[in-house]
Design a binder for this molecule. Structure first.
Ligand SMILES: Cc1cc2nc3c(=O)[nH]c(=O)nc-3n(C[C@H](O)[C@H](O)[C@H](O)COP(=O)(O)OP(=O)(O)OC[C@H]3O[C@@H](n4cnc5c(N)ncnc54)[C@H](O)[C@@H]3O)c2cc1C
Length: 461
């Protein structure tokens, strides 16, 4: 199999992204730059993009172990949302009410920023800002829907940000089964993520930014990256490696890689869409504990993902972990349970990838001015748009621009390290099991399961 063919099998998105996936040139000699970035996912690409916007003369170099968009950025569920992994209440405790609100407003603006840039740069990422509908399909889910809206109201987020839906209004958006109501927010776009990330990489190359592919970085040190092809010397070096971070020396416990898995259906007939709806392509889920997420694609399929795959000892990340047949089967069952018109639908693609979870579930971005080392990550499963805010923030921190976004509460935040093994393995996997168990208990008894709250405390929120 050629390299291009290999990369095509990574996900439905890689299979359908236009252009060649043949790796570009690798680094083969020592070099110098102003900013050197490890990882050509969206964190690295957006950082390079905004640095280039700020000063086209800056020499920006990216070193990527595989190809641009190889990681989570090319394989995700395509929710370009305003979600941030730390809740408003948590950010309030961390940094105060005004800062918490500012963070959430910045995330909302970020969704539009991604839409604006992709339109301006001619990146056709199948952008559809149809919002998100969260279906409530049991009394406990309805209870959580009401709590979510009440929490948002406490911080001044009104009907235009988030609103409770009656069963009838929820059904107008999507014809899920057992509907009791739901929640709708307009702050989300459904996109084709590989088109976004590969498109951005092409824009950067067109502006002279070097993206070295098949160039693993072995060590990040102040002022330099040690790579397989040579040393890159730079005043600023940026770690943009998310779920792959624990493989870097000195960063073993910075995040845990937890796998999220996804399936794509065959294109569905009009008769099925007549029942499923989702006409404006809102992204969707229901309010169970274990995260699920779906979107109607531009070519008329459902792409549907969820967590539930095991965490691997020592924060290991391997291609074989991307595929767990039992989880794919469970996702298919859940999707058909949500939309029973799907009946015996064929699944054409199934894949997965690692997300990065910080010990306190709070994403962060920062630049250590003494070492020149910067980072961004810990987005949990909400990085598709957050990487854009991270890129803008890193560019401002590097160029010294005095901007509002550099004062947001996640800037400079340091999450604690995860526990050493075997505690980490035990804690994360027990946590994942408890979430599944809580959902089963709720659907059996119809009552909220207290184990989920216990879980939250256990793996730390
Ligand atoms: C299955 C799945 C579904 C998801 N769904 C959504 C969603 O719908 N919405 C949402 O907001 N978020 C979602 N996420 C999360 C989101 O995709 C990520 O948070 C985001 O893409 C992270 O971007 P990144 O650039 O930081 O990391 P990545 O995209 O993972 O990029 C990191 C890059 O660094 C490279 N790299 C790592 N180590 C090295 C090294 N030593 N040397 C050189 N290169 C290296 C990797 O090869 C990789 O290309 C999902 C994630 C997954 C896996």
């Amino acid at each position: 199999m050629s390299r291009t063919d290999e990369y095509r099998t990574l996900s439905f998105w890689h299979d359908t992204v236009p252009g060649s996936l043949e790796p570009a040139a690798s680094l083969d000699a020592d070099t110098e730059a102003d900013v050197a970035i490890v990882g050509a996912g969206l964190t690295g690409l957006w950082t390079a993009y905004y640095l280039n916007q700020a000063d086209p003369n800056l020499r920006v170099v990216l070193c990527e172990r595989e190809i641009a968009a190889f990681g989570a950025s090319g394989r995700n569920g395509g929710w370009c949302s305003a979600l941030f992994p730390a809740s408003l209440a948590k950010l309030d405790r961390m940094a105060g009410r005004e800062q918490a609100i500012a963070m959430y407003r910045a995330m909302q603006e970020t969704v539009d920023e991604v839409g604006k840039v992709t339109a301006a740069e001619g990146i056709d990422c199948h952008w559809a800002k149809g919002g998100t509908v969260q279906f409530a399909r049991s009394p406990s889910q309805l209870h959580r829907a009401k709590e979510e809206v009440a929490q948002a109201r406490l911080y001044g987020f009104g009907e235009t940000d988030l609103r409770l839906l009656s069963a009838a209004r929820a059904r107008e958006l999507g014809g899920a089964t057992d509907l009791l109501g739901g929640v709708f927010t307009p702050h989300c776009a459904a996109i084709h993520p590989a088109r976004l990330a590969r498109g951005l990489a092409a824009v950067l190359r067109g502006r002279g930014v070097m993206i070295y592919e098949r160039t693993p970085v072995h060590r990040i040190e102040p002022g330099r990256l040690v790579t397989s092809g040579g040393i890159v010397r730079a005043r600023h070096v940026i770690r943009a490696t998310e779920g792959y971070t624990p493989a870097l020396p000195g960063h073993e416990r910075a995040v845990v890689p937890v796998y999220s898995l996804v399936i794509a259906t065959e294109p569905l007939p009009e008769s099925a869409w007549a029942q499923i709806g989702l006409e404006t392509r809102p992204t969707f889920n229901d309010l169970r504990h274990l995260i699920i997420y779906g979107q109607r694609t531009a070519d008329g399929r459902l792409v549907f993902g969820g967590r539930g795959a095991p965490y691997h000892f020592g924060s290991a990340v391997q291609p074989s972990f991307d595929r767990v047949p039992a989880v794919f089967a469970a996702l298919r069952r859940t999707l058909i349970e949500l939309f029973d018109v799907l009946g015996d639908v064929a699944i054409t693609h199934a894949w997965g990838g690692p997300i990065g979870i910080a010990r306190d579930w709070c994403a962060s971005v920062g630049l250590d001015s003494s070492t020149g080392i910067g980072w961004a990550g810990g987005y949990v499963g909400d990085g598709l748009s957050t990487t854009n805010l991270a890129g803008r923030t890193l560019a401002d921190l590097i160029t010294g621009a005095d901007s509002q976004i550099t004062r947001l509460p996640w800037v400079g935040h340091r999450s604690p390290d995860w526990e050493p093994e075997p505690l980490r393995w035990l804690g994360v996997n027990v946590g994942l099991r408890m979430m599944t168990w809580a959902d089963h208990t709720e659907s059996r008894t119809g009552r909220p399961s207290r184990s989920a709250a216990a879980l939250g405390r256990f793996i730390g929120s």
